[in-house]
Design a protein. Structure first.
Length: 376
């Protein structure tokens, strides 16, 4: 094991990375709070500023994937589709099977210049998570309780606000509503059978209300829907902790572009279109499991240096005073100060671990275990 590989496994290094992310995130959140005064003066300028502030935070996680772990992401698509990336507003549909599926999506948005302006339909609980939810609030992310009767007006209003967004955005939808587990899949397929829908092997039954509403509200703004099917070579099931330990993975993403005008305007027909899409996604996963490859040309968009440079900037700004402070505490010889400092380190460790826990499948929400039994 080389020295760099050894460093990647050390808890103290992980703690320092977490410190940089958390403290820089709190600073960014404070700056975002200050930018609220810009909204009534120049809404579009406010949005552009917050896109860049969000980029400064999210790109640190992308840096871990691209530069720290060296994970490779390969696109399977066609040249015409790839040429549109980063040049239009789109809705992204991504399967929700892995802990780091969002991170693989983010690395693609970064490489095509839309990371800061990327959007998602997020569960409302995330709004109260420091850094993640707070940053999303200032980015006008649409939050929902995942109870359509309560969410309808909020979601429609939030989507319509994005109609004049000044920078190209990729709006991510996890149409399955929750991460895939065997229990949720079994319940979901019971619902499919009761509704006379074809059963899926690798996906949960898509929940159509969010998709059809997004298409209706963003029609005229969004140009296309990108269907993305993600898998990892070697049947790997990567985690954010694995990335933090420097484990390298190989992600394959099959991307298909559907012009928005090809998607029915009628809600019921659009829902049927989505169900058919998920049947096709299931077939793509079946092909990948058998052949180890998706159809289409292979593209490897080059990683850009900005994520690494951004992290090095924050590390330089924040770690230097931390080391000076820590040295001063231990040099003082005061047991009280030393214990207080160690307690602070322990609290920071706990906080970072809780943030990582948000991505873990086994600690995910129980949403879907019973919700699939309810009508949409």
């Amino acid at each position: 094991m080389g020295f760099i590989a050894f460093l990647k496994t050390q808890f103290i290094v992980h703690l320092l990375i977490g410190f940089v992310f958390v403290v820089s995130g709190l600073i960014i959140n404070f700056i975002q709070l200050c930018t609220l005064v810009l909204w009534p003066i120049n809404k579009q300028f406010y949005r552009r500023v917050n896109c860049r502030l969000a980029y400064s935070l999210w790109s640190q996680l992308v840096m871990l994937l691209e530069w720290w772990s060296g994970t490779e992401c390969t696109l399977f698509s066609d040249e015409a589709t790839v040429n549109t990336f980063g040049k239009e507003h789109v809705i992204i549909i991504l399967n929700h099977n892995f802990e780091i599926d969002f991170l693989c999506g983010w690395t693609m948005t970064e490489r095509f210049g839309v990371l800061g302006s990327s959007k998602v339909l997020a569960k409302r609980e995330l709004l109260y998570v420091p850094l993640i939810g707070w940053t999303w609030y200032f980015l006008e992310i649409v939050f929902c309780k995942r109870k359509w009767e309560e969410d309808r007006d909020t979601v429609i209003e939030g989507l319509k606000r994005l109609a004049d967004y000044p920078e190209y955005m990729w709006f991510l939808l996890y149409c399955e509503g929750t991460r895939f587990t065997e229990t949720k899949h079994r319940i979901s397929m019971e619902v499919a059978e009761s509704k006379g829908l074809p059963k899926l092997k690798y996906h949960l039954l898509p929940r159509t209300k969010g998709f059809t509403t997004a298409v209706q509200c963003l029609r005229g703004t969004v140009s296309a829907v990108y269907d993305v099917t993600l898998n990892f070579r070697g049947n790997k099931n990567p985690s954010l902790l694995g990335i933090l330990y420097g484990k390298k993975y190989e992600a394959d993403m099959c991307v298909r572009r559907f012009p928005l005008e090809d998607i029915p305007q009628d809600e019921k027909e659009a829902a049927n279109w989505l169900h058919k899409l998920y049947q096709e996604k299931d077939a793509l996963q079946e092909m990948y499991n058998k052949e180890g490859i998706f159809p289409g040309q292979q593209f490897k968009p080059p990683r850009r240096p900005w994520t690494l440079l951004n992290f090095l900037f924050w590390a330089t700004v924040l770690l230097s005073p931390l080391f000076t402070f820590g040295f001063g505490v231990f040099a003082s010889g005061s047991p009280l100060l030393i214990l207080a400092f160690l307690g602070l380190v322990g609290a920071a460790s706990f906080g970072v671990r809780r943030l990582i826990g948000v991505t873990e499948i086994e600690k995910g929400s129980s949403y879907g275990n019973q919700e699939f039994k309810k009508k949409e």
